[in-house]
Design a protein around this ligand. Sequence first.
Ligand code: GPP
Ligand code: MG
Length: 287
Amino acid sequence: MATTTPTVTNVLHTDYQRSVAAYWNNNQQDPVNLRLGDIDGLYHHHYGIGEYEPSVLEGPQDTRDDRIITELHRLETLQAELLLDHLGDISPGDRVMDAGSGRGGTSFMAHQRFGCQVDGVTISEYQVEFANNQAQQRGVADQVKFHFANMLDTGFKAGSFRGIWTNETTMYVDLFSLFDEFSRLLEHGGRYVCITGCYNDVTGGRSKAVSRIDEHYICNIHPRSDYFKALAANNLVPINVVDLTSYTIPYWELRARSSVATGIEEPFLTAYREGSFHYLLITADRI
Ligand code: GPP
Ligand code: MG
């Protein structure tokens, strides 16, 4: 339908965007995401928050890893719940957008919670297909739709969304272009929620640990200050900022002890502990 489907045909604009799309089309068999998602069909591409239950490390050795994996998934789901808590009042008649929707985990949770239409956009055609298959299996394909679209230029109608979020996806794009598009898409009073990793302007530039994270995911982590400059430049006014750094460290400590560790655990732990990197939640309203 013309009102719900983006009309942009030229989705990938740059060689960088093509390389990011290729990464997410081709690096999708990592057990750290599939084994966790298989637990309940919510496939996340973000990290976790909250204390883990210490007993998962105890008990029989042969089931220890399964307990850790279940716990990691619980903490990732908790992170998405926290993000959705900040979206404010969303009614079933509203429409919300998941920018960089991955395999759809947060989108399905949003639909469960608000009962509204959810549109996910991603530049990975693999992810679009995976998430739309999930929507079919869940019987919500008429309400939760995933589009092969660029979050910098979605093609959706101006003012058509009550809420937009990015769950760890802003490090792939220029924030000024992104918030320009979100400002166009949100209705007046509409809300934007961002969970991100950003580097600390106070400690200086990009630390070695932060650079290792950038290399690992082919992303470009922004300084904390850029978020607020780009929001202010686009009529998006912060109402809440929460430093989640101390809440995500246990997730990384537990993940480092699991069979699904990927090697990026130590750079995250170093960056967070040395203070060169924050895990931040930012909520802003469109004025
Ligand atoms: C990946 O989630 C998240 C990102 C690629 C963004 C980088 C995030 C920062 C906070 C810097 P994932 O679930 O695909 O990663 P992994 O495979 O490591 O679990
Ligand atoms: Mg993951």
